[in-house]
Design a protein around this ligand. Structure first.
Ligand code: DPP
Ligand code: ZN
Length: 848
């Protein structure tokens, strides 16, 4: 397969001014007629042949300005020699036939339970019609859909409809990856919104009959997003309608098609009976994310796919700001950092490490990664911290002004900040072009009333990037007095060199430093801190993130000693966590997060980084021992805490109520170590919402109980595909390490394990790799099972298979036996006949 390189970018030979598409829908023989109004691109080299992308299309006819022409066809597209192209603007018409019913890759036009839908990002449009399927070709689309299905949707505004047809017109030029079409027997949950510019927008969430009752939350989230983008970024919506469609078979979470967002039903449907608080928060965040793309992604798009972070990093950053504004900034930041470390640091430290802006790829679908998204968002957070809020706002205004309607690059983005602030950002740009998580060490010195912090940064080698220069790292620092008062409030130190000192003068006593407040840069902070000082920060830090972080680091240090030398849990940690647990002055959501112990994969990564070879079985045992010790330490007061966290009255998914439920579940989980699950069982029985019924079920399974509750849950939710996914997943995640392979085998033999549905596949096979001790069980069964399933799925859905293969990226951390087994599994995948480009690129990169 061919490697695509950023350095080879060339503008497209032609401009597409307008596109008229007509779809005659049929499950096995859909006809697509396309009229492309084209002209030579003055910015491109003259005299080029015309090349259109196309895959799996049966060409029926092709004409230029009404005269039939014979293009040259190959497996990836169509070529018309320059000789047959008119000198003046022309209309290229094609008709093709496609078979959406057989499309199991869920890319292009496909069917899900009788409805037609599309997924075109990144390169799916070429499976619908011949087209220059690249983001820098922006055109106005007019779409006619012919079908007997009652609801026919496409991008833009509706311009006409009759029996068996509908027409849509999108006035905003867009790349083909934002094209969308939906046809089905759907019901609408309506809403409306009037923009600050006075435009009345009609909103609809379209679902299959029966799901109408699960749309209210998504609709509220949509309106809140529209209002927030106006208030915070000054960006108003720009069409008369905004449609969201829920579909059960979908590779990603959701897709920001212009005016017609398509969502994995799991990412939009929510009701108190069927969705947990986490689901509610996720739905809200994803609705916001896709809506925010309307400006950051759609109005301003990417010149090429290497610039993916231009829209994704910025849009993730915006949805994080939004969730923080609506909920709690501290809690949101902690959750985001947990995710960043679990997924992005893991990626950045292994064979799949790549820059936020990669410079080559084989299959672009493999680069919708935690690095592009989450680190991409972190980079924007750093930029904002460096230039300040006011200049960030001015730079964004300039970005929207200057690049509206364009396909832009990271260079354009940075230039906007340079022009706004006069800052030179070439060193900063390394965050975009270099992979790897910088390691930042700190030492401190106290002499003659001067407190000095000395930072050292190491930028580790990553695949293809052996050597790196220093980065600019914004380090937010505050200093506390020994009595807990803040003597130096948060300030941002700019570390720009490999070694650099900062002095604080005029202090009466040696302060306690709170470093990297708010996690101001995505780095690994390496700092030797006495346990007592961590405990002090856990009790007193005025920065909520660092307060949590102090407990977290302490817990990791304690766990590491338990794993490595069988040490007992330290009193510093247990006392500190007890104080937090019962501190009624603190947000319950924060307390729940503080009580969540570091995960097993996190501990494996931490031990590996410290030069040890992690043993999954020991990690598993030590973590459970620490949980038990914590339960015993908090013991007598847990029932009261659990009771105090019951939320009276009707269920509301708001952040305050959700925080209480999270703390209640955290205490139930501890209590279960002491009472054999009695309290959790009672909570399960009494629960009137999914958060508490599913939460207590998971707690019971985790202590090896809960059989009858599991059966009860299955009986109740058999008909509900989204809830049933939880039932599948929890059995795998809660299984004991030596049982997980059996559990997976049993579940995958069930008739309702529809593995071609990505949600169901992920529920079971994703949970398998998420069960650290089970996946890495010494038998190697976990590895073999995952490899088998990836090989099975790949021919049907290469995108999801490739995505899930990243479970193997952590192989270099483990002992020789496990390494050999994990590599063996990857080699077996590589040897599978007809392996997709997606999966072979991933397996190849992991093998190195
Ligand atoms: N749908 C994916 C997202 O919004 C890809 N654009 O991030
Ligand atoms: Zn996105």
């Amino acid at each position: 397969p061919r490697t695509i390189r950023l350095a080879d970018y060339q503008p497209y030979s032609h401009l597409v001014e307008r596109v008229e598409l007509t779809f005659r829908l049929h499950p096995t023989a859909t006809r697509v007629r396309a009229a492309l109004h084209m002209a030579a691109n003055p910015a491109a080299r003259a005299g080029q042949d015309l090349r259109l992308d196309g895959e799996g299309l049966r060409l029926i006819s092709c004409a230029i300005d009404g005269r039939a022409v014979q293009p040259i066809l190959d497996a990836t597209g169509l070529t018309l020699a320059v000789g047959v192209l008119p000198a003046q603007p022309f209309v290229l018409e094609t008709e093709v036939e496609i078979a959406p019913e057989g499309n199991t890759a869920l890319e292009g036009l496909y069917m899900s339970k009788g409805m037609y839908c599309t997924q075109c990002e990144a390169e799916g449009f070429r499976k619908i019609t011949y087209y220059p399927d690249r983001p820098d070709v922006m055109a106005r689309f007019h779409v006619r859909i012919e079908s007997d299905l009652p609801v026919l949707l496409s991008n833009g505004n509706p311009v006409g409809q009759g029996a068996g047809w509908a027409e849509w017109d999108d006035p905003w030029p867009k790349p083909s990856y934002l094209f969308a079409l939906v046809a089905g027997d759907l019901r609408a949950h309506p809403g409306d919104f009037t923009t600050m510019e006075g435009r009345a927008v009609s909103l609809n969430i379209w679902v299959r009959p029966g799901d109408e009752g699960r749309c209210a939350w998504g609709m509220e989230a949509l309106k809140a997003s529209m209002a927030w983008d106006e208030r915070v970024y000054g960006r108003a919506y720009d069409l008369d309608v905004f449609n969201i469609v829920a579909v059960d078979d979908f590779n990603m979470g959701a897709m920001e098609n212009k005016g017609l967002n398509i969502f994995n039903s799991k990412a939009v449907l929510a009701s108190p009976e069927t969705a947990t608080d986490d689901d509610f928060a996720r739905v809200e965040a994803i609705i916001a994310h896709e809506y925010f793309h309307n400006w950051t992604g759609n109005r301003i798009t990417c010149r090429d796919w290497f610039q993916l972070c231009l829209k994704e990093g910025l849009t993730v950053f915006r949805d994080q700001q939004f969730s923080g504004d609506l909920r709690s900034h501290a809690v949101k930041r902690i959750e985001d950092v947990l995710m960043l470390r679990a997924r992005q640091f893991r990626e950045d430290g292994g064979p799949l490490a790549h820059p936020v802006r990669p410079d080559s790829f084989v299959e672009i679908n493999n680069f919708y990664t935690a690095t592009v998204y989450e680190k991409g968002a972190e980079v924007i957070g750093m930029l904002k911290r460096l230039v300040g809020d006011a200049d960030y706002a001015r730079a964004l205004d300039l970005y929207f002004d200057r690049h509206d309607g364009q396909a832009a690059t990271i260079e354009d983005w940075l230039k906007v900040f340079e022009d706004t602030t006069g800052r030179e950002l070439s060193q900063f740009k390394r965050w975009y072009t270099e992979a790897g998580t910088p390691r930042l060490s700190v030492t401190e010195d106290w002499a003659d009333g001067v407190f000095t912090l000395t930072f050292g940064q190491v930028n580790p080698p990553t695949p293809g990037q052996p050597q790196k220069a220093a980065k600019v790292i914004p380090v937010a620092v505050g200093l506390l007095n020994p009595n807990g008062d803040e003597v130096v409030p948060t300030m941002v130190l700019e570390v720009t060199e490999e070694r650099q000192s900062f002095a604080f003068k005029g202090l009466a006593t040696r302060p306690v430093a709170s470093i990297l407040r708010g996690f101001s840069a995505p780095v690994l902070l390496e700092r030797v801190v006495p346990a007592a000082e961590r405990a002090f920060l856990l009790a007193h830090d005025t920065d909520p993130f660092n307060r949590w972080e102090a407990g977290r680091s302490l817990a990791k240090e304690v766990l590491a000693r338990m794993i490595l030398d069988g040490a007992a849990p330290s009193a510093d940690l247990l006392d500190g966590l007890r104080r937090i647990a019962f501190d009624e002055g603190l947000d319950p959501a924060f307390r729940a997060l503080a009580l969540r112990l570091p995960g097993e994969d996190d501990m494996a990564a931490t031990l590996h980084a410290a030069g040890h070879v992690p043993d999954p079985a020991r990690i598993y045992a030590a973590r459970r021992a620490l949980h038990l010790a914590l339960a015993e330490h908090l013991g007598p007061r847990l029932p009261a805490l659990e009771e105090a966290c019951r939320v009276p009255g009707a269920f509301s998914p708001d952040a305050a109520a959700a925080g209480k439920r999270a703390l209640r579940l955290a205490s139930l989980s501890l209590l279960a170590r002491l009472d054999g699950g009695a309290a959790a069982r009672a909570a399960y029985r009494a629960a009137d919402n999914m958060t508490e019924s599913f939460g207590s079920l998971a707690i019971l399974l985790d202590i090896g109980a809960g059989e009858s509750e599991l059966a009860d849950f299955a009986a109740k939710w058999q008909q509900d595909r989204l809830v049933l996914e939880k039932w599948f997943a929890v059995q795998v995640s809660a299984a004991a390490p030596d049982k997980v392979a059996d559990v997976v085998r049993k579940l995958t033999q069930r008739a309702d394990f529809d593995w071609k549905n990505p949600n169901r596949f992920r529920a079971v096979i994703g949970a398998l790799s998420g069960n650290h001790a089970g996946f890495h069980h010494a038998s190697g069964e976990g590895y073999a099972l995952l490899a088998d399933w990836l090989i099975t799925l790949d021919p049907k859905n290469p995108q999801t298979a490739a995505r899930m293969s990243t479970a193997f990226e952590s192989w270099p951390r483990y002992d020789a036996d496990r390494q050999a087994m994990m590599r063996g599994a990857l080699q077996r995948i590589m040897a599978a006949p007809g392996l997709s480009r997606d999966l072979s690129e991933m397996a190849g990169r992991m093998l190195g």
